[in-house]
Structures are given as structure tokens and as C-alpha cells.
Design a protein around this ligand. Structure first.
Ligand code: SAH
Length: 219
């Protein structure tokens, strides 16, 4: 079967609209984020066997012990990243399925995304090609080092949880830039937001979250 971005049955626009309604009910306000997620074919970012569950508000397995993030958390982190000033160049750590990257690619002119598991990166690359998302650059690497060559970024979003915020990510943040990152262990994590003002960093702690761990090295 050829994958169809429009979807049918459990992947149809009606099913997607129900998800968007749920995101709104849970407090997502940014209309651009909601409109983008309404269009984005999440069923193409999971295995075909899971496609019928793609518009449930839940994380799903993508192989290699990893998960595609829950739509609510994708919406929430994207909304937080875009708050305040517009972002023109964003770094993502943890490409995974590529779903969060695809959502961002519609909202930000240039996206750089780093993933440590090679087969996941390859699959994500194919999806972006198929969906003609051509403002995304990918790198197979340990994202705790960021991606120095393209720094600074006015937004950095991390979709796996380190125990502590990697210094390199702070250094690669432009003045006025914002880092959105889950921090903690399997026992407990919270979402942190770090704003760079000149050379000072202002950190705030947001709601509890549950992400796969940030691991070092690449495979
Ligand atoms: N945004 C993705 C989330 C995938 S789960 C999605 O919605 O599909 C988090 C991803 O972070 C996994 O693919 C995992 O391999 C990756 N990851 C973990 N540690 C990493 C690191 N140090 N550098 C880059 N990617 C990392």
C-alpha cells in the first residue's frame, strides 16, 4: 500500500480533528501550532501496524527502545519554544521518528536535528523527502554536543531527558534564544525552559514530563 498523507478511516481528517480538539481542551492555545498539527500526517511517522493509533494522544513505540512523543507534549513544547519572539533557526536533539521535526519545519524557516541511532535517522530522512520538507538538515551524532557548525540557534528543543543540562547547548543558544528541555531520571523529570539574555541564563521549571533518557555516543 502506498502511504497516503491524507489518510482514511482511523487516519482521516475527522480523526485528526478530534485530536486537535483534545489538544485545545488540554490548554494548547497557539493557533499556528494547532493548524500545523491538524495537517501533519502522524500516521506516516509510525509503523503501518500502529497507523490506526496515530491520532490517539499517546506516545507509541518506534523501535530501538524509543517512542514517538505524545501529541500533547509535542504541541506544548512547540508552543513554549515559539513564545515571546519568532524563532528562525532551531536545533532539535533527538529526531526519532521525525514527527516533532516535521511539525517544527512548518513553523520555523530552518531546522537542524541530531539523532544518535542511525536507522531512525535514515527513516526520518526518507519521510521528510516524501513529504517534501526541505528546510530540515540532519546529523547522525550525540546531540549533547549540539551542532556547533550551525550555531547559534534562537531555539533549541530536546526530546530526550538528560540528568543535567548539557553545557554545549547553552553555549549554542543565541542571545534572546530559548532552550526547552526535559531534565531528570526515570524516577522523575520536569520540563525546563532556559532563556538567554546577553550572557545570563534564566531557568524556569515547568510541568512534570516523561521522556526516554538522553544517552551518550552514537550507534
Ligand atoms: N521527537 C521524537 C522523539 C523520539 S524519542 C519523536 O517524536 O519521534 C527521543 C529520541 O532521542 C530517540 O530517537 C533517541 O535515540 C534520541 N536520543 C537519545 N539520546 C540522544 C543523544 N545524545 N543525541 C541525539 N539523540 C538522542
Amino acid at each position: 500500500m502506498v502511504a497516503d498523507p491524507r489518510g482514511i478511516g482511523m487516519t482521516s481528517q475527522r480523526t485528526r480533528d478530534r485530536l486537535i480538539q483534545r489538544l485545545q481542551d488540554r490548554g494548547i492555545k497557539n493557533q499556528q501550532v494547532l493548524a500545523t498539527m491538524r495537517q501533519c500526517p502522524r500516521h506516516l511517522f509510525v509503523d503501518e501496524a500502529l497507523a490506526s493509533r496515530a491520532y490517539e494522544d499517546t506516545a507509541l513505540p518506534i523501535g530501538h527502545g524509543q517512542t514517538i512523543s505524545q501529541p500533547f507534549i509535542v504541541a506544548r513544547m512547540t508552543e513554549i519554544l515559539l513564545q515571546g519572539s519568532p524563532r528562525s533557526k532551531v536545533l532539535e536533539v533527538g529526531t526519532g521518528s521525525g514527527y516533532q521535526t516535521a511539525v517544527l519545519s512548518n513553523l520555523v524557516p530552518r531546522i537542524f536535528s541530531v539523532e544518535r541511532i542511525s536507522p531512525l535517522l535514515k527513516q526520518a530522512r526518507e519521510r521528510f523527502y516524501q513529504l517534501k520538507l526541505n528546510n530540515i538538515r540532519l546529523k547522525h551524532s550525540d546531540g549533547s554536543w549540539g551542532w556547533q557548525e550551525n550555531a547559534p540557534y534562537d531555539g533549541i528543543i530536546v526530546t530526550c531527558a538528560p540528568e543535567q543540562i548539557p553545557e554545549s547547548l547553552l553555549h549554542q543558544l543565541a542571545p534572546g534564544g530559548r532552550l526547552v528541555i526535559p531534565v531528570g531520571t526515570a524516577k522523575g523529570q520536569s520540563l525546563r525552559v532556559i532563556d538567554r539574555n546577553g550572557n545570563t541564563f534564566e531557568e524556569s521549571e515547568w510541568e512534570p514530563v516523561s521522556f526516554v533518557p538522553l544517552l551518550s555516543g552514537h550507534i
